[in-house]
Structure formats: structure tokens, C-alpha cells
Design a binder for this molecule. Structure first.
Ligand code: ZN
Length: 465
């Protein structure tokens, strides 16, 4: 059932509305072809042999998800370290390679390198056309890109996708934030590409510069965000402030494209979160329980596991991402697309979770509390062990936007400790600082620092053995 007010724009209607049985049959063929292909590769042959898997035993989807072991970042790092530069998993001759992407390394474990053939680059870019079309983009539209475009997949895929879509891009990441806003005013983009944390930063700066996007950006049709989670209230406020809908995309270096994207409904509609739709002709999406490895039910959270059908040089079989997502039931979104869908705005890294006083605390939970106050500009939090009492303590420092009066600041500071305790289950000390005393983020937010002694560091789930 479509919303009466929404115009839906398919990029490929047959694929977007394919019946589940048809899709599964098509994917099964793709999977067979992929398994046959990797079975001649030394990296995969050894992995399967070590797990006691023979390809002729994989006759059903259940065989695949219970017998074939998940691949992790650690496996890829070991492979590329032992067989540099690309590891033994490389399936294309080096003379066919066109690009090499490096992961951002925010997990602190190491940076993966993924080689791509020219055909990989083209396919990854063109797959983004779904996301662009759903957001109403047309050839000729100007995109102001604040994402870093260097060695990481996000910016490289995006600029190639825009070029092939004939929507031109202006890459402004190297400029400071005020210059970026000035560029916006001068060149009047149709779309912006930012991260949630950076959009927050730009919005605060707009207010200081008397720049009102609703009034001053006359052509703005949408703001794309990615790589972060956000509260519903934040998204609604940003849409109001920027005068344009927010869209979100989900992709990783390992997948090689914007695999999932929000549709015309955007990230929030009438107080309800939007969703990422996945065009699963590109890859197989599984969501598994991080403890047991079993598939999760609709409505539950789990870890993303992806098997790529479309990558030539470095295909992946059951790569486990460590992204905590919520799997939504069919029919969640009124647009009628039939592929799998995940909740938008709540994706977090499992290794971002911090265990404090025995409780799992997610930074997105504290983000939700803090940014439910429009007056809050930014915050940092520090977990440490009190030298005298030996207790774990949390020190949260909050900066308010310019112009917030003292009475309101004190009121928010008085509310926060109880609200944070209710939301997370742990007590925190909250104090005010000035905005220039806080670290700023342009790409991925790292608001939390953990200063506890070894052993109380970030918790990680055990890999399924
Ligand atoms: Zn939809």
C-alpha cells in the first residue's frame, strides 16, 4: 500500500518487486556459481577444508548457513599479511585491477585492502543508481560531497556513481566547515552528502553564521547521511532545519557499493523510522544472532553477514561485518519493495559497545538522550577507574549551542543524569564545557573514550567456532 502523498520512483521495478520465491531461486543459481568459482581458489579451498565442508554437501540454504563458516576481518587481515598485498583470496590477475580500497581502520585491529577490477568499479558505481533514483536525483543535479574521497570505499564509490549517473559532484571535504557552507550558498547544490555527526556540526555553525538552509539553499532536494545512527527527533529536526528530506545509505568496503538505501519515504516519516531496502541480486544478506550464529526473527537485532555475487576480484563468502542491525518484517515500508529491509538510523558497530559496570552501553543510546535536546551542540564521554574508590566512573561533558541561556542549560544539565541512567542502566556525571573544549568529528563520531585498565576494554563477541 503506497502513501497517498508519495510518488514512488523505481530504478528497476521488476527487481525491486520480485516475489520472494523468484528471488530465492535466482540467488541460489548465483550462489552455486560463486561457490564453484571460489572452490578453485587456494584461500577458500583451505578454509572449507579446515571446516570439513565439501561443496557437494551444500544442497539447501540451510546447508549453506550452517556449514559454511563466517569469514571475519581477522581472516582477511591474516591473508593479506601472509600474502601481500592482496592476499590469496584475489581472484583476478593483477593486470585487470583498477583500484584498491583501504578500510578506515576505526576498529583499531588493522586496515583491510580490497582490490577491484575495472568491471568491479563499474558495477559498484551503477548499483548506487537505486539509491540515487529513489531519492529523486536526476542527471544534471549537483552534489556537494563532504565525505572523504581518498582511499576509502564510500567516497570513491560515490564519486564514480555520480559521474556515471551524470549528476555532477563537488568534492569539498578538504575545506573547513565555514568554507563548505559558503560553497553551498554560492553553488546551490541539489544534494548534500554528510554524516549525521557532521550535519549536527554544520547546523550549529549555520546558526552562528545566520545561514538558514531553508531560506538560503533554494534547490536542495535531499541530504544523504551515512555511517552513523541517530534519534528520530534529531532526523525530524534536521529535515525541518535544512528544508529537505534525509536519505541514508548502507554500504561497506567489503560489499563494494551502497548495498542498501532508504526509499522515497526517507529516514523518518510521521515519527516512524524508515528502512534500508536491499537489492539482493547484488549479494546475499543474512542477519544472525551474534552468540549462536542462527538467523534472527523479524523485529530482532543481529549481525550482518554478506555473500557477494557481483564482485570479481575479491568476492566474499559469508563475511561477518560486526554491524548490529534490526531486521524488519516484509511490508514494513509502504513503498511495496519486496527485498529484505533493515531499520534505518539504528545501525551500530558491535565493537562500539562498551561494557560499564557489567552493563552493555551503546553510544547511540546516549546520543539519543543528548540530541533529543535541540540546545545540545556536542558531547564527549570518558570511562575511567576512580583511583581511590577503584570504581568505574563515567564523566560526560556537554557543550550547548550559542545563544542557549543559563537557565535552560542548567535545566538540561539537571535532567540528563536521570535520563541517561534510565536509558542505559548506568550512572554518569554530567558537566558543561564550552564548544571549543570538545573534540569535533567530520566523518565518524568517536565520542567515547575508554581509559580503564586492560581487561575492562571494549567487549567483543566471540566468533562462532
Ligand atoms: Zn520503502
Amino acid at each position: 500500500m503506497a502513501s497517498a502523498t508519495t510518488t514512488y520512483r523505481s530504478f528497476n521495478q521488476a527487481e525491486e518487486t520480485m516475489l520472494r520465491e523468484q528471488r530465492r531461486a535466482w540467488q541460489w543459481q548465483q550462489l552455486q556459481a560463486l561457490l564453484e568459482r571460489v572452490s578453485h581458489n587456494e584461500f577458500y579451498r583451505q578454509r572449507f577444508a579446515a571446516a570439513g565442508v565439501e561443496l557437494r554437501q551444500i544442497r539447501t540454504w540451510d546447508d549453506f548457513s550452517t556449514r559454511v563458516p563466517c569469514l571475519t576481518k581477522k581472516d582477511l587481515l591474516e591473508d593479506q599479511k601472509t600474502y601481500p598485498p592482496y592476499g590469496r583470496r584475489l581472484l583476478a590477475p593483477e593486470q585487470d585491477l583498477a583500484q584498491a580500497w583501504i578500510t578506515s581502520g576505526t576498529s583499531g585491529v588493522g586496515q583491510e585492502v580490497h582490490a577491484l577490477s575495472d568491471e568491479d568499479v563499474r558495477r559498484g558505481a551503477e548499483h548506487c543508481f537505486y539509491a540515487l533514483t529513489w531519492a529523486g536525483m536526476q542527471p544534471g543535479d549537483l552534489n556537494l560531497v563532504c565525505w572523504p574521497v581518498a582511499t576509502m570505499a564510500g567516497g570513491l564509490v560515490l564519486s564514480e556513481a555520480l559521474r556515471r549517473f551524470r549528476a555532477h559532484s563537488m568534492l569539498v571535504q578538504i575545506f573547513d566547515s565555514k568554507t563548505k557552507l559558503e560553497r553551498m550558498k554560492t553553488f546551490q547544490p541539489h544534494y548534500l552528502w554528510v554524516t549525521p555527526v557532521y550535519l549536527t556540526r554544520l547546523s550549529a555553525l549555520c546558526e552562528e553564521m545566520n545561514f538558514l538552509p531553508r531560506r538560503d539553499l533554494r534547490r536542495l532536494k535531499g541530504v544523504f547521511i551515512s555511517t552513523g545512527s541517530y534519534p528520530i527527533e534529531w532526523a525530524e529536526r534536521m529535515q525541518e532545519f535544512w528544508g529537505a528530506p534525509l536519505y541514508d545509505v548502507y554500504g561497506t568496503t567489503q560489499i563494494g557499493t551502497m548495498f542498501g538505501a532508504t526509499c522515497e519515504e526517507g529516514v523518518v516519516r510521521d515519527g516512524k523510522r524508515g528502512c534500508f531496502h536491499f537489492i539482493d541480486q547484488w549479494a546475499l544478506l543474512e542477519v544472525i544472532d551474534p552468540g549462536t550464529g542462527a538467523p534472527v526473527a523479524y523485529g530482532e537485532e543481529g549481525d550482518v553477514v554478506v555473500t557477494t555475487f557481483n564482485r570479481i576480484a575479491t568476492p566474499l563468502v559469508r563475511f561477518r561485518h560486526g554491524d548490529r542491525v534490526r531486521l524488519l518484517p516484509p511490508g514494513y515500508c509502504p513503498c511495496g519493495r519486496t527485498g529484505p529491509c533493515l531499520e534505518a538510523g539504528t545501525i551500530a558497530r558491535y565493537d562500539d559497545m562498551i561494557k560499564i559496570k557489567g552493563v552493555n552501553v551503546w553510544p547511540d543510546a546516549t546520543d539519543a538522550v543528548l540530541f533529543s535536546y535541540p540546545e545540545v551542540d556536542e558531547y564527549n564521554a570518558r570511562v575511567y577507574v576512580d583511583q581511590h574508590a577503584g570504581r568505574e566512573e563515567i564523566d560526560m561533558r556537554v557543550a550547548f549551542k550559542a545563544g542557549t541561556d543559563l537557565a535552560r542549560r542548567n535545566q538540561v544539565l539537571a535532567f540528563l543524569p536521570e535520563q541517561l541512567r534510565e536509558r542505559t542502566g548506568v550512572s554518569m556525571t554530567v558537566s558543561e564545557v564550552t564548544p571549543d573544549q570538545l573534540e569535533r568529528f567530520e566523518y565518524k563520531a568517536l565520542r567515547w573514550t575508554d581509559e580503564r585498565i586492560t581487561g575492562l576494554q571494549k567487549v567483543k563477541f566471540k566468533e562462532k567456532s
